[in-house]
Design a protein around this ligand. Sequence first.
Ligand SMILES: Nc1ncnc2c1ncn2[C@@H]1O[C@H](COP(=O)(O)OP(=O)(O)OP(=O)(O)O)[C@@H](O)[C@H]1O
Length: 586
Amino acid sequence: MIRLIKRLLDFSGKERRTLIAAFIFSLLDSVFEMLPVMAILTVLSGLLTSAGGGVMPVSAIWGSFLIMVVSIAGRIFFNNLSCTRRTLGSFAMCADKRLEIGEHMKHVPMGYFSENRLGEIAAAVTTTLGDIENNAVTVLEKVAGGFIHAIVIIIWLLFYEWHIGLLSLAGLVISLLVYDGIQKAGNRLSPRRQAAQASLVTGILEYIQGMGVVKAFGLGETSGKAVHTAIEESASANIHLESTFSSLTGIYQTVFKLIRAAILVVVPYLLSRGEITPVNCLLLLVSSFMIYSSVEMVGSMTSIARVIDASLDRLDKVMDAPVMDERGSDITPEHFDIELNHVSFAYGQENVIQDVSMQIPERTTCAIIGPSGSGKTTLASLVARFWDVQEGSIRVGGHDVKEYTCDSLLRNFSIVFQNVYLFEDTIENNIKFGCPDATHEMVVEAAKKACCHDFITAFPDGYKTLVGEGGASLSGGERQRISIARAILKDAPIVILDEATASVDPENERELQLAIAELTKDKTILMIAHRLSTIRGADQILVLDKGRIVQRGTHQELIQQQGIYRRFVNIKEQAIGWKLGTNIAD
Ligand SMILES: Nc1ncnc2c1ncn2[C@@H]1O[C@H](COP(=O)(O)OP(=O)(O)OP(=O)(O)O)[C@@H](O)[C@H]1O
């Protein structure tokens, strides 16, 4: 528990003082909570006096009344202070943590964001931080406060009547042993619960994201199986954890009941032997119900405390995600040549790029072609430092990409991938994304160049039209042209472009090509090319196969050689032949 308190204090960052204040106010609140017992004792001792033939002393009546007033006032005051500190501190600390995770994720290599991790990260910023936000401080107050409360009363009892003090102390020690057992069970069972929770989030995300494919292939029943398994595992992990905790909590609470029963026997025995007075007897009997009142609830808090501990583990894991070496400085290059020297790269064990060297002089176009899976996208992503190369180096404008800060490197790039992601925002804000200070006129101009002005203005809300998450409410061609408008507005000197392979209708195809022509004017271009006309016009063509450059040159040079390029061109030309009737440019 001490470890958990320390972890939470470390976690609380700049909210540490607020949380400590909440804890202290909560302790003071529990002191005032105990005062009514003093009032009862005052009345009881008055009653005992009157039972002996005297009258109930007025001082006992007023005394108990005064104690009650002080108790109520103190509780209202400290409870309010503790509640506000706890709520503000918890929410502020978790809000800070969410921002910190977001900031950290910006510096993590793209390869980290595999599907599984998406679930882990989503669970961390939602349920995990939610658990901490709602419960952590309360649980700590109850657990730590409960033990402090019991220890204070037991110390007092040891001085007041040592037999009862020792008995109470023995009860506390046994309860601590059982409590330790509960914590160990938690350590054993919580990781399974956390893992099940993460799988559940991942499974559900995947299920929802893949719904279109599932329906298209009529796989409704089989595709739901993974989610069902995740739900069942999550339910089973929760049931196992909760049932173990309820049995142990039962034992924990039985300890207190037995000790109370023992006190109820020992106290009258001491009275019968004349070792205590009737007033002391009453005081001890009432105390026996007070000693463990707070610590008794601690058992039921243990499962929540354990969940919080495991939640902190999970957040540590997310924050431990490796960040790229970022000791770079803010560089503004004087030219925009790109140079790769003996670059090799692997995803884990799988070598994807092997010993690639190439130069793309400023304002020239380099087209990369190659079979599916040959490493074209990976190579383009390495240039923008989405991952760090394992061997060799990549230079942009004469500087190694690692010499730049991420921001200063990416400032030089406009990147248009096939899978366009649009944010759940207006079309205007999506276009402005790379250039937040752009005026409306600049946005319209970029949209016109990217051939999307007409379809945008056809929407009733025009540029203020909200696009769904990921751009779901737009067609693929529209999404891609909006992303080109975004890149045109950014006007970066280097363009990385993954040419669309999806067949678009002739009108869209023509507009897409016009948009790309606008985007790439006078730029250094690295293009994953699929259309023959683009490839023919490139200053150099690289043919990639299994991560190696197997051919390089211009169209005229490569067409003379036997090899992948010639086969590729032949296939394309045949395809054009088949499509001539449909008027497609290639
Ligand atoms: N994030 C990733 N993690 C692990 N492996 C990956 C990842 N991305 C790609 N790969 C693997 O790396 C290899 C090269 O992929 P890449 O996408 O670069 O090829 P490509 O030539 O662009 O393919 P395509 O033309 O089909 O888009 C493939 O075997 C792919 O499965």
